[in-house]
Design a protein around this ligand. Sequence first.
Ligand SMILES: Cc1cc2nc3c(=O)[nH]c(=O)nc-3n(C[C@H](O)[C@H](O)[C@H](O)COP(=O)(O)O)c2cc1C
Length: 246
Amino acid sequence: MTFTKDELAAVEKAVLSRRTFKVIGDVADTVSLDAELDERCRALVRRAVGAADAAPFHYDRNFDGVAQPWRVKILWHDACQKVAAHFCQWFDNVKPGNKLPGMLSACGACVVVSWLPQFEGAFEGSVSNPGQALPPKEKQIQIDQEHLAATSAYVQNLLLLLTASNMGTYWSSGGQFRSEAMKQRLGVENSGSVLAAVFVDFLPSGEGQGNATQQAKGAPERVPGKLASKRAPMERWVSEVSIDQI
Ligand SMILES: Cc1cc2nc3c(=O)[nH]c(=O)nc-3n(C[C@H](O)[C@H](O)[C@H](O)COP(=O)(O)O)c2cc1C
């Protein structure tokens, strides 16, 4: 497999242009999406969710016969709006200023990515080889950390593919999506521990969305990631190691 310079430039472009934007709408004044745009973006999201599966993973998680340690649930725009509308009824711990209902109202999709702990914090029935001797504690911790690390690689793949599909992304820790109460509401018990609720913006400032129409009365607020401008330059966190003495 070789890449041309243009292909390398395209990959770099996706990596460098991925940026967090929280898109916050108004629960009472919902965004409706153009049907053709919605259809096209759903196909692109499904494609990205599938292609992101090329992420590396170190251990066979072997749960439900599936080796990968990640699991994915997709909530489309209409489902997100229903969750937004019921959010304050479903949860009694919603603080004033909680942005999830507003983000759920505005997004085209919310892709919830979870990972399956195998040992620590594992859910009932999840240990892959019941009856078999467990590995030493240190090894258990390493295996679980690497299931989590692999799932992070999955999420980053997804963000890059969505970015290259001209959609906006925001990796949220998930807030109430992490709770058992939400899992019950969504009927997704045994889906492990939520690592990311990826909010997908089908209308990132109209860029690449020539025929999009957005019918909300007020444009949603767009908030950049709070650490985006805090990156230290490369020379502060990378060093090249040479072995001079043996
Ligand atoms: C594991 C993980 C969880 C995150 N969770 C949140 C979150 O809950 N709330 C938030 O505002 N940003 C969250 N972010 C996004 C970061 O704020 C964002 O990546 C950072 O500010 C850098 O901005 P950039 O993504 O535009 O480079 C999360 C990022 C990661 C990797």
